[in-house]
Design a binder for this molecule. Structure first.
Ligand SMILES: Cc1ncc(COP(=O)(O)O)c(C=O)c1O
Length: 401
């Protein structure tokens, strides 16, 4: 199929739920994507946080290739050795507990919402989340997402959600009442603009949850799997959650999500209370095991700790060059560049020049390269971004004249 025919098919037969860029990718390796015309792009936002180990990592490809010839799917009323092994590995690197596997971040959040309601025993059903959070798009996860722009038009929402400002302990304290069942928190708000929770705040939240028997549910769908330089972001904060939601990078591109519940609570879910037809199949679990192997064998978190500050330093150099860059902030390789001007035109200019980044909240450029990104690739990306920023500056100056 030629490019024009593909665009036409999308136009004719696919719902317009996304704003798509006119690029058709057909191949990927590491941090490089190749489009249908053979043009190469440096991917500094691989799969919106899905491809942490880079595109087509040999350990993931090998695991998938091996499994696909044997058995793809088996329903969850039977046992599957790869799900058992993946659960064991995840518990080993997270905290003592048990796992429910699902297919996406939204589903991991839905599972956590149901779990919180069961834990609350019917009396405590309210869930507090933060403004600018993003937890997914199903009705439960959307109701947990404290952003009107995503909720508009879909009301009535699921009752029982309250939103408080992020990083504001006092606001959280005053929102808690006898009906509070849980708090759902992103430690770094991704879609919300790369807002980083402070250590004092997170520790205060954990203390409050402990004191009041409220579940602390961490949404590590985007921050998990090494993104911030620790395998899970909570490890930066000296706390352990009661429940943790994972997805995105866990399957290296295959759809898998997980809700991990700490021991002592784990047996609240009984047979028949929750489930999923596709979840945790041999194929996706093998892919996830390949992802874990890749992260640890290739020492990717060490690379994040090395390249994250280097990339932040380079971006701060751009900040001193362009006065419309307000702030560069990040944790590991989860980085946001807040602008005083709209970011979309810059994101598009980057794409034209062969650099994939993202723009969120209208004015925050988001950069989340693969965990194994090299210094050379970072230097190239900075060069391309610099070019895009200066082209946009020149263009807007011309528009003023
Ligand atoms: C923090 C967070 N939670 C939940 C989700 C929803 O995940 P999914 O798109 O896999 O359903 C996302 C997606 O971007 C996310 O960033």
């Amino acid at each position: 199929m030629k490019a024009d025919a593909i665009f036409q098919e999308y136009n004719d037969h696919i719902l317009l739920t996304y704003t798509r860029m006119p690029a058709i990718f057909v191949k990927g390796k590491g941090s490089v994507l190749t489009d249908i015309h053979g043009k190469k792009y440096l991917d500094f936002f691989p799969g919106w946080g899905v491809s942490n180990v880079g595109h087509c990592h040999p350990k993931v490809m090998g695991a998938v290739r091996e499994q696909i010839g044997k058995l793809i799917h088996i329903p969850n009323n039977f046992y599957n050795p790869h799900q058992a092994k993946l659960a064991k590995e995840l518990i080993r690197i997270a905290f003592e507990g048990k796992i429910f596997f699902c297919n996406s971040g939204t589903e991991a959040i839905e599972a956590a919402i149901k779990f919180a309601r069961v834990h609350g025993g019917g009396k405590r059903f309210e869930i507090i989340t933060t403004l600018n959070a993003f937890h997914g798009r199903s009705m439960g996860a959307l109701s947990a997402t404290g952003q009107e722009k995503h909720q508009k038009g879909f009301g009535p929402l699921v009752p029982g959600f309250k939103y408080v400002p992020f990083n504001d302990t006092a606001a959280l304290k005053s929102a808690i009442n006898d009906q509070t069942a849980a708090i759902i928190l992103e430690l770094v708000q991704g879609e919300g603009g790369v807002n980083i929770a402070t250590k004092e705040y997170v520790q205060a939240v954990a203390r409050l949850c402990d004191e009041k028997n409220i579940l602390l549910i961490l949404d590590e769908v985007q921050t998990g799997m090494g993104r911030t330089g620790e395998i899970f972001a909570y490890k930066h904060y000296g706390i352990t959650p009661d429940v943790m939601c994972l997805a995105k990078a866990l399957g290296g591109g295959l759809p898998i999500g997980a809700m991990i519940v700490k021991n002592g609570l784990a047996d609240l879910f009984k047979p028949g209370m929750h489930g999923s037809t596709f979840a945790g199949s041999p194929l996706v679990c093998k892919a996830a095991l390949g992802v874990l192997k890749a992260i640890y064998a290739d020492k990717m978190m060490k690379n994040v700790k090395l390249q994250g500050p280097y990339l932040m330093g380079k971006l701060n150099e751009l900040k001193s060059k362009y006065d419309f860059i307000k702030e560069v902030r990040g944790l590991g390789l989860m980085i946001g560049i807040e602008l005083t001007i709209p970011g979309e035109v810059i994101f598009k200019e980057c794409l034209n020049r062969g650099l994939i980044i993202n723009c969120t909240q209208g004015n925050v450029l988001r950069i989340m390269p693969a965990l194994n990104v090299t210094r050379r690739q970072i230097n190239k990306a900075i060069h391309l971004l610099d070019g895009a920023l200066s082209a946009v500056t020149a263009h807007s100056q011309k528009a003023v004249l």
